[in-house]
Design a protein. Structure first.
Length: 83
């Protein structure tokens, strides 16, 4: 559970789409927590949300699997972010 407004990205250093999403978040000044899936904590997080690939973006109670800017933008808009 990330709460109502907390944003978490599950990502890997070797993932090009993860890097692209991190840059999108940086440009939009999105405050988020990054969890590396190549760590024990990351593996537990992946299992908890039933993910098999990265990136995974968790916005509150909503989960977006993969690099899907439109869906992520829709989830972030109510929080005041423009992706």
């Amino acid at each position: 559970s990330t709460g109502d407004k907390r944003i978490v990205m599950l990502a890997a250093e070797w993932c090009g789409y993860c890097e692209k999403l991190r840059k999108d978040f940086e440009l939009a000044d999105v405050r988020y927590t990054l969890i590396d899936v190549d760590t024990e904590q990351g593996q537990r997080a992946m299992a908890a949300v039933g993910a098999r690939g990265v990136p995974v973006t968790i916005v509150g109670q909503d989960i977006v699997y993969g690099y899907n800017p439109d869906q992520i933008k829709d989830k972030l808009a109510p929080l005041g972010y423009r992706l």
